[in-house]
Design a protein around this ligand. Structure first.
Ligand SMILES: NC(=O)c1ccc[n+]([C@@H]2O[C@H](COP(=O)([O-])OP(=O)(O)OC[C@H]3O[C@@H](n4cnc5c(N)ncnc54)[C@H](OP(=O)(O)O)[C@@H]3O)[C@@H](O)[C@H]2O)c1
Length: 220
């Protein structure tokens, strides 16, 4: 995967695999995990999320709780219609904010985001062309390491395009028992386990109440 950034997908989930419920997103983290996540944020060039995560959670995607790096990590929002609200927290602060969108987004939306100091990258027609986006981020913007912070739809797309190298999951000791909500990866059902995305466990440890699993993604 030469010419592409290294991507680590970090997520917190319930024991039954949900990262969000239908109506709200509880924290599946612990204070110790939160601190480690911020250390991870401080070590990457960019933090990436899907538009539905921005609309639901309005995350700031900044480095807190640990000493900040000299250059704050950029933020990347994958948003095919450029519908990100101008008041979104990702647009605040000194870090660069990229909005990856498509040629089907309205020019008015794109221009509004540019006026709000977003760096808009147009790639793709209906959904954002993720391999192309990552190539542009790497070659034009020197982004070599990305922390992907969800949600499940974007994460599954990234995995299917073989763009994720590593997964770090914090498992919270709760069972939400819901049929709905959002899982760690939201995509289509694979017909057999052989066709599922294969992982190799590389590390596991408790962090307060949560248990951390780190996997390398094995692409055949
Ligand atoms: N527990 C955790 O650690 C954690 C972390 C992050 C998020 N979350 C939760 O996850 C939920 C959001 O997850 P989600 O799965 O609904 O949405 P998401 O992954 O945040 O965003 C998906 C959206 O991104 C856009 N997109 C554009 N191009 C895409 C592409 N090539 N592949 C995939 N998506 C593309 C699409 O919307 P458009 O067509 O409009 O562009 C798509 O619907 C929220 O409830 C949030 O709270 C939890």
């Amino acid at each position: 995967m030469q010419g592409l950034p290294y991507v680590l997908y970090n997520v917190g989930m319930s024991l039954d695999g949900k990262i969000a419920l239908e109506t709200y997103t509880p924290s599946f983290s612990s204070p110790q995990d939160w601190q480690e996540v911020h250390q991870l944020r401080a070590s990457v060039d960019a933090i990436m999320v899907g538009i539905r995560t921005v609309l639901r959670d309005d995350p700031a995607l900044t480095v807190r709780h640990v000493p900040p790096p000299l250059v704050p990590p950029a933020k990347v929002v994958v948003d095919s219609q450029a519908r990100m609200p101008l008041g979104a927290k990702v647009l605040q602060g000194s870090a660069k904010c990229f909005v990856a969108t498509t040629s089907s987004a309205s020019l008015a939306n794109i221009q509004k985001l540019q006026r709000a100091s977003a760096q808009v990258i147009v790639c793709g027609e209906s959904w954002v062309d993720l391999p192309r986006l990552l190539k542009i981020l790497h070659s034009d913007w020197n982004i070599h390491k990305i922390l992907l912070e969800g949600g499940g739809t974007l994460a599954y797309s990234m995995l299917c395009h073989r763009l994720v190298h590593e997964i770090r999951v914090a498992i919270s000791p709760v069972i939400v028992g819901s049929r709905g909500g959002i899982a760690l990866a939201e995509g289509k059902i694979v017909p057999s386990l052989e066709q599922a995305i294969q992982l190799q466990l590389i590390e596991h440890y408790p962090l307060g109440d949560v248990f951390i699993l780190r996997y390398k993604v094995k692409y055949s």
